[in-house]
Design a protein around this ligand. Structure first.
Ligand SMILES: C[S@@+](CC[C@H](N)C(=O)[O-])C[C@H]1O[C@@H](n2cnc3c(N)ncnc32)[C@H](O)[C@@H]1O
Length: 204
């Protein structure tokens, strides 16, 4: 039998209600309001999108999804919060990608992605959900595809953002991925400053 939680739904980050409340009230301290520079540099290296498939899980306001679409990628922006999806829809306007309201762990695309872009998504998930993250990312990506983005490190337990330590992240991803880039981040927002790194993982 499932354990009843003492907390109301809007205080449980594993539920959309938690995020709905924050998007509805406009309290989104994670939102950079821009496309981070490491992502821009990475996409320049990759060349034109040429309709390659990219997933943005937990897309929030979807600034990066819009940018990827402009570069010619075939974008799926996904979020399980109705309020986040509504915010994304307003920001995206008339774009060429697909915006879906769905739980990441239920997402089952018809064909695999070439790229999954991570920002403030793993650290939005309560730790009890982390065990499924690496395998799900592996299943979403084609062999040789990249899981690229920002990871938030630390050893404090409170969240979100839920910090991860390096051995824990390696344990989640090294069974399926090889690390091909690992860089300091110059343009972090204050909430993440000094504690995030830009990582690119290549699916085996
Ligand atoms: C901290 S916000 C980050 C938003 C965006 N990635 C950014 O960098 O601005 C986390 C987002 O992940 C979404 N989210 C959390 N758990 C999810 C899940 N299991 N499936 C889909 N979206 C989820 C939330 O609704 C929220 O929009």
């Amino acid at each position: 039998m499932a354990e009843a939680s003492a907390k109301p739904d809007h205080q449980r980050p594993e539920l959309p209600d938690f995020w709905d409340k924050r998007f509805q009230s406009g309290v989104m301290p994670w939102d950079a309001g821009a496309v981070p520079t490491d992502l821009q540099a990475y996409l320049r290296q990759q060349g034109p999108g040429q309709a390659r498939r990219v997933l943005v899980p937990g897309c929030g306001s979807a600034h990066e999804a819009a940018f990827l679409d402009q570069l010619g990628w075939s974008v799926v922006a996904l979020d399980f919060s109705a309020a986040a999806v509504e915010t994304a829809r307003r920001n995206l306007g008339d774009w060429g990608g697909t915006l879906v309201q769905e739980d990441f762990f239920a997402h089952s695309p018809a064909s695999p992605y070439a790229l999954v872009y991570e920002r403030a998504f793993l650290c939005a998930l309560p730790r009890k959900l982390w065990a499924g993250y690496g395998e799900r990312m592996m299943r979403l990506l084609a062999p040789g595809g990249h899981l690229a983005g920002y990871y938030f490190f630390g050893d404090d337990l409170k969240g979100p953002p839920f910090a991860i330590d390096r051995p824990q992240l390696d344990a989640l991803l090294t069974p399926y991925f090889d690390l091909v880039a690992d860089d300091a981040v110059a343009d972090s927002i204050p909430a993440f400053a000094g504690r995030e790194r830009w990582l690119v993982w290549r699916r085996r």
